[in-house]
Design a protein around this ligand. Sequence first.
Ligand code: CA
Length: 228
Amino acid sequence: MKHTILIVEDESAIREMLTFSLMQTGYIVLQAKTALEALKIFDDVAPDMAIIDWGLPQISGLELVQRIRDNEIIADMPILMLTARAQEEDKIKGLEMGVDDYMTKPVSIKELLARIKAQLRRSIGFKKSNVLKANAIRMDLDAHTIMVDDEELNLSITEFNLIKFFMKTPNKLLSREQILNHVWGRSSFVELRTVDVHILRLRKSLKKYKLEHMLKTVRGAGYKFCVE
Ligand code: CA
């Protein structure tokens, strides 16, 4: 599967150059000129990695990193920071803020590609936690199992992905568009109605364990997975 990489860079020449090189390498590239644009993208998709320029207008690259780390859906996303500043002190500040890697401009494309590859490999091997819990539900992402107390829940792949997304975003109002983009992928041709159908099925599965109340419909807005 192709990895999606987000580039956040206000200088168009650098942004275009990076986009071109990454696309040629086989990555799917998303572009943002500002941190706000990047945050808007995160409403719809969770990229596999982000390359962020430190010196962005309005909201700085470092502040954007902070916001990513505070967002449950994308908190674990590897981040490589680009900066014009070469000072050691800044580098430390960046690393303390949760940046995974760091490169000083002008960047060597060859080196950048090698570092991206290393980050993506690492993030696949070392996810922070592979067990998600919500009330009586326990999901093991490695074993691909979901348990309620001691009983295993048998779900279709779509239902499994759906509840996985809900468990990663407890108590958060999610629009059907957001659910569709995260569970089926932004480029899928699935209709919004399909989301409702699968949610109904998932709710039916949860009902056997008297847990259907966790999956709330918020009229006109979307769905919410309620966790105590
Ligand atoms: Ca800049």
